[in-house]
Design a binder for this molecule. Structure first.
Ligand SMILES: [Zn+2]
Length: 266
């Protein structure tokens, strides 16, 4: 049994402002410590339940946030960026993996569910939709995992992303460690968040009934950029179409092409 973990920071308990998510800025070290603790809790749960190896991808900002010595033995940490589509899932194709966890995840660009809602690059996208529904990092990353036949088993983060995960991926376990209200967050105690994550990780691996969501036959992605210059640039990607000053659409029937298009357009 091998488990893959993709880790982010905006959906970690307590983290509320952009400064806290940026290395060198106020509050970053505290946010980083809690990210470490929540990821370590997920690793412990998986290992306790019988996973032989847990591969963790640090998926936030510099991708150098997690400290290897704070993760349990039996984990392998992927640091830095690999210059590939779906970077937060780098290494997912080096399976086989039995399931994937998404720790510290957050609501997508344009969502009111978190003061830190965004899709991949902060400050670039106003909104992102796929086949008519809001599209965030979880959607893209679950798609990338599904292409490698790795089903989602656990999602932790803000309440918005957890609700979405439960709707989109029946059977997936979730732990909402915080709720966003306007610019504020209502947070679980750091230790309680870790306890819940460890238990959910253990239960997810013990249950073992993972299922990949069906991959759609056709994709229509609509990206609304914050700046018209960025939209103009994105529309240069082969097959992309500018449908408004700040809006670009892209259609394909291949998931790989969609991930590649997103990678270059954003
Ligand atoms: Zn992030």
């Amino acid at each position: 049994m091998r488990v893959y973990i993709s880790a982010d920071m905006e959906g970690i308990t307590g983290v509320t402002s952009w400064d806290e998510t940026v290395c060198g800025k106020d509050g970053y070290e505290e946010a980083r410590e809690q990210m470490n603790r929540e990821v370590a809790a997920a690793c412990r749960g998986a290992l306790w339940a019988g996973a032989d190896e847990v591969v963790v991808k640090d998926g936030h900002e510099t991708a150098l946030n997690l400290k290897p010595d704070q993760l349990p033995r039996g984990t392998r940490l992927i640091r830095g960026w690999g210059a590939a589509p779906c970077e937060m899932m780098l290494g997912i194709d080096r399976g086989p993996f039995d399931c994937a966890f998404f720790i510290g995840y957050h609501a997508e660009a344009g969502s009111a569910a978190s003061p830190l809602s965004h899709t991949t690059e902060y400050g670039i996208l106003q909104a992102s939709r796929l086949n008519g529904k809001p599209m965030g990092e979880l959607d893209l990353n679950v798609l990338a995992a599904s292409l490698c036949k790795v089903p989602p088993a656990l999602v932790t983060g803000d309440q918005g992303i957890c609700r979405k995960a439960e709707e989109a991926y029946p059977g997936v376990r979730t732990v909402a460690v915080k709720e966003g209200i306007g610019g504020a967050t209502f947070n679980l105690h750091p230790e309680e968040a870790c306890e819940l994550i460890e238990r959910a990780a253990r239960e997810a691996v013990e249950a073992g009934s993972f299922r990949c969501p069906e991959i759609p036959e056709r994709f229509k992605m609509e990206l609304t950029f914050k700046s018209h210059e960025k939209a103009r640039n994105a529309a240069l990607f082969p097959g992309a179409r500018r449908t408004g000053d700040c809006v670009v659409e892209y259609e394909t029937d291949k998931a790989e092409d969609l991930l590649l298009a997103y990678h270059f357009m954003v």
